[in-house]
Design a protein around this ligand. Structure first.
Ligand code: ADP
Length: 332
């Protein structure tokens, strides 16, 4: 699993855990978000209250979970982790909320995938630290109010637009994480190489950084693949190892992975460069449109290979060129 959208296995989770920055100071890049969060935490501490609810959005692997952990760590609170898909009805959320320790930070990843009934329960919980539990059914049904301990919700989503506005509005602080610059990824990689005692020259780290889709998770994974390659082949030639390991995992010279390329090729070859709706694009390659929208599209757009118009997605001339093709001219 080199791409960010694929689930992590245990060893990858341990590996990620080992590399996670513990404090805002160690967190590379996203300077504005980091300063804003720092201020929010400081203010809450000075007023002796729980920090405001925080909504983090952005493609997978950019540091949303890490920031939730840092919020808990820096404010000296414990962290509870859950995810939207694990909350499939209101009862799941009621159980979770009523078991929180006062002041705890509750992280809900993929919060846009939570059940609708739970989402409604969450409104009141976020606002008043209170929920109404429904008991019984039909005419005999009644609701029992339950006070909750104060908590800070940190929600993560790929796009804030996926959230109903009443939920979005209840977060005191909303931040969007952007893809990282190559230099920032290189800093992430230097730190990781040091933590993992990998001896690798700066030039090789720079090359990995360039090919990591602007994503720290991918940068760290590629570093691990390169290290594996060097170990298995008892190679000291890092530059060579980077080339071969990345080729082996289908990462091209611009950092596109197999899924990125299949979306771009479908757009160019099957839809003649578009415009095409994201659903048709997803169906044509047998992928979920959510994955395309959350993971592939933001990256291709940022790379200037694809763009979004009101009529659908189109390949840019750079997009055509990346596949070694020339766009048909509009005025022959
Ligand atoms: P998300 O929750 O957005 O999918 P994570 O927080 O799980 O992403 O981050 C994935 C990995 O990338 C983690 O192992 C973390 O160590 C690393 N990482 C993410 N952001 C940063 C950062 N700003 N600085 C250093 N490492 C980072």
């Amino acid at each position: 699993a080199v791409t960010s959208g694929e689930p992590l296995n245990d060893s990858e989770r341990d590996f990620e855990g080992a590399l996670r920055p513990q404090s805002l100071n160690e967190f590379v890049g996203q300077h504005k978000v980091v300063s804003q969060l720092g201020l929010l935490l400081k203010a809450a501490e000075m007023d002796s209250r729980t920090p405001d609810h925080i909504l983090l959005s952005g493609p997978p692997g950019l540091g949303k979970t890490t920031l939730a952990m840092i919020v808990a760590h820096e404010s000296g609170r414990s962290l509870r982790m859950s995810s939207g898909p694990a909350i499939s009805h209101a009862g799941d959320l009621a159980a979770l909320l009523s078991s929180l320790v006062p002041g705890e930070v509750l992280f809900i990843d993929e919060i846009h995938r939570m059940a609708r009934s739970a989402e409604e329960m969450l409104y009141l919980a976020m606002e008043d630290f209170r929920i109404d539990i429904m008991v019984g059914k039909g005419v005999g049904a009644s609701s029992i109010p339950l006070d909750l301990p104060p908590f800070t919700l940190v929600g993560a989503t790929t796009r804030t637009g996926l959230l109903a506005s009443p939920l979005r509005d209840r977060f005191g602080f909303t931040a969007h994480l952007e893809f990282y610059e190559v230099e920032e990824l290189k800093t992430v990689l230097s730190r990781s190489a040091q933590l993992l005692s990998i001896n690798i020259p700066d030039s090789a780290l720079l090359e990995i950084a360039r090919r990591s889709r602007g994503t720290p998770r991918i940068a760290n994974r590629l570093l691990r693949r390169v290290r594996d390659y060097m170990t298995v082949h008892s190679s000291e030639d890092a530059a060579h190892a980077v080339e071969l390991a990345l080729a082996l995992y289908d990462v091209d010279e611009r950092g596109l992975d197999r899924l990125d390329r299949s979306v771009l090729s479908a757009l160019v070859e099957r839809f003649n460069g578009g415009p095409v709706g994201v659903n048709s694009l997803a169906i044509s390659i047998g992928e979920e449109s959510e994955t395309i929208e959350a993971t592939v599209e933001p990256f291709l757009i940022r790379e200037g290979l694809m763009s979004r118009t009101h009529r659908g997605r189109i390949a840019t001339s750079q997009g055509w060129a990346h596949l070694g093709l020339t766009p048909p001219s509009i005025n022959p």
